[in-house]
Design a protein around this ligand. Structure first.
Ligand code: TYD
Ligand code: MG
Length: 452
């Protein structure tokens, strides 16, 4: 097969080189030069029937364009549907990234097994037998799911033409290779070329394509940055591998909001949708323990009650230790400084450990007040009432600051049977007849007064 002509381009300034080099001579950036295809052989990889290949698109008035044809495909999985913004759009390309072993293959295989549409699951990572073994753990019977182990795009398209699936799943984009580019699978030019071919296929046949993508050490999807621009939706599957919860988040979505979030629980028989996360994230315990506080946070658009645990103890060895899991350590230091300066607690000689249960990382500032409450409770060794919860940010001068969508948080707390929620006095609340007591506070001293 004829090879394509390739050349090397700087991704930063666009200068062209005949061979690779570490630094771009023009803009002096390092490691920005990558190989790119400059001329493809005439023969196209994805071919449509001759009648439609010469189609030329014409400009249309926006209200003449028929959008009703784009009914979304229901993915059966409620969490996945929500993250996509109500189902999968025909002809769209979805990229799912996540750490190795987090459950990307499991999630998409499970979906392929459940879907009522003809689904082709192409794997370049596992053999058909291995996939069958995994499928047996999840759901052994499916009429519509086809498995193909293949890595060459041209061969995949041949099978697709014969099978005509409604949905195509690729596990993973880094294992694919196209004949038109010489470099090895997983290289930047291969990933780009294979994605381009898949996009062409998806748009021309209106078949949605789900791609699994590996991520690099720093959490980005491996391959060219442009990959994320090329696809319609970028999803991230994250969580702590030692915990059972997994979060599906949209980082980019051309057809919906990126605020939505899906939560799953990894079980022995695949992933279970978690429709009411708050109930699980709060641990069951006998009696009240000091150092625990519940925060009413928001993850995306969903309210989520999260348990914060703190342990304050006298430092035995020299410099006191501060450590936080699931919470920003710098922010913890700031909150400790505020407690020391504004409320007079001598925490400078104490070790402080903080943990967010469930292996979840929270960046909602509304968790501040619960963190402070947990630290106070552990420091005084006195348990908070277990039906208290908190939702406010703490400022540098110890002021309790308002948070967004506080009413939604209050209603969630009420639904879960909390008796009192502590929020900022500066939040505008127009809720009437709530059963839950809304405790308004304005300074950190107010909280200390209530709790200690
Ligand atoms: P996998 O989907 O292979 O991860 P990825 O494709 O993101 O690399 O997930 C593998 C992990 O999931 C593995 O550690 C075992 C676990 N698992 C379960 O706990 N239950 C199950 O039913 C399955 C299929 C996997
Ligand atoms: Mg996998």
């Amino acid at each position: 097969m004829a090879k394509v002509k390739t050349s090397f381009f700087c991704q930063s300034c666009g200068s062209q080189y005949s061979k690779w080099q570490g630094q771009c001579t023009a803009c002096k950036q390092w490691n920005t030069i990558v190989e790119e295809v400059i001329q493809k052989p005439e023969k196209s990889d994805w071919k449509l029937p001759a009648s439609s290949t010469n189609r030329v698109s014409k400009p249309l008035k926006i209200n003449e364009i028929d959008s009703s044809a784009d009914a979304r495909l229901n993915m059966i999985d409620n969490e996945f549907n929500r993250v996509l913004g109500g189902g999968m759009v025909p002809g769209s390309l979805i990229l799912l990234g996540g750490e190795p072993g987090i459950g990307k293959s499991t999630l998409l295989l499970q979906m392929a097994l459940k879907l009522p549409y003809k689904t082709l699951y192409v794997s370049g990572e596992e053999s058909q037998k291995q996939i069958k073994m995994r499928a047996e753990r999840i759901q052994p019977n499916s009429e519509n799911c086809y498995i193909l182990t293949e890595t060459k795009t041209q061969n995949i398209f041949k099978q697709v033409e014969a099978l005509e699936p409604d949905i195509l799943v690729i596990d993973s984009i880094q294992t694919l290779h196209s004949d038109y580019v010489e470099s090895s699978a997983g290289s930047i030019s291969q990933i780009k070329e294979c994605t381009t071919e898949l996009i062409k296929f998806a748009k021309e046949t209106a078949t949605p394509v789900l791609l699994i993508g590996h991520i690099t050490k720093d959490g980005n999807i491996a391959g060219p940055k442009i990959l994320e621009h090329m696809v319609d939706t970028v999803l991230h599957f994250e969580g702590d591998r030692n915990h059972v919860f997994r979060i599906l988040r949209a980082n980019k979505n051309r057809f919906g909001s990126t605020n939505e979030l899906g939560i799953y629980e990894m079980q022995g028989s695949g992933l279970r949708e978690v429709s009411n996360p708050s109930e699980i994230l709060i641990s069951e315990k006998d009696g009240e323990l000091s150092g625990n506080a519940i925060a009413a946070t928001l993850e995306g658009m969903r309210p989520l009650m999260i348990e914060v645990q703190a342990l304050v103890s006298t430092a035995v060895y020299g410099t006191p230790q501060r450590s936080a899991t699931g919470f920003n350590a710098k922010r913890l230091n700031m909150l400790l400084a505020v407690l020391e300066k504004r409320a007079g607690f001598r925490l400078g000689t104490k070790d402080v450990f903080l943990n967010i249960t469930g292996g979840i990382t929270v960046d909602d500032p509304a968790i501040d007040l619960a963190v402070v409450a947990a630290i106070l409770s552990s420091n005084e060794d006195e348990a908070l009432q277990s039906d208290f919860c908190f939702a406010a940010e703490v400022g540098l001068s110890g002021e309790i600051r308002p948070v967004q969508r506080v009413e939604q948080r209050i209603l969630e707390a009420e639904k879960l049977g909390f008796s009192t929620i502590f929020v900022s006095k500066y939040n505008k609340i127009s809720l009437k007849n709530t059963k839950i007591k809304i405790q308004l506070i304005s300074k950190i001293e107010d909280l200390v007064e209530f709790l200690v």
